[in-house]
Design a protein around this ligand. Structure first.
Ligand code: 5GP
Length: 126
């Protein structure tokens, strides 16, 4: 069920629980600003989720409210994960769903990182 990305942050969302270690995940990368782990239901050969450690419901919340240092740290972490997986030459795709039209399911900002194979059209054909 898609979430309303205008709602306040809910500390019980799945990714908050992953960050607290209450739900298991396989760490791919972690630094002061970000945590990266494989998507439980991969949509490409490589499908990683990169999430900020801060409490942000969505890209909208993050881009409006996060301090500059946190934005820079998080964006750099996303690039670092792609680079260290050797994805730059062949290419990769980033995706952030925000709210109902995009089908956002988890109310903690997450960037989907897809790669490892040709990814096809940007959006599913209607
Ligand atoms: P959204 O639709 O919100 O952009 O993406 C949520 C993503 O989180 C989905 O791709 C889904 O497979 C993934 N996901 C949901 N629950 C879990 C979980 O408990 N562990 C992991 N690793 N991924 C999850």
């Amino acid at each position: 069920m898609p979430i309303d990305a205008t709602q306040p942050y809910d500390d019980d969302n799945i990714f908050a629980r992953i960050l607290r270690g209450e739900i298991p995940s396989t760490k791919i990368y972690e630094d002061e600003w970000a945590y990266a782990f494989p998507d439980i239901s991969p949509q490409a050969k490589l499908h990683v989720l990169v999430i900020p450690k801060g409490r942000y419901v969505s890209w909208d919340d993050f881009s409006a409210n996060a301090p500059e240092e946190e934005i820079a740290g998080f964006i750099r972490a996303v690039g670092h994960v792609a680079r260290t997986h050797g994805l730059v030459e062949a290419g990769y795709r980033l995706l952030a769903n925000v709210g109902p039209h995009a089908g956002q399911e988890v109310a903690h900002l997450h960037i989907h990182l897809f790669g490892g194979e040709p990814l096809g059209p940007m959006l599913a054909r209607r």
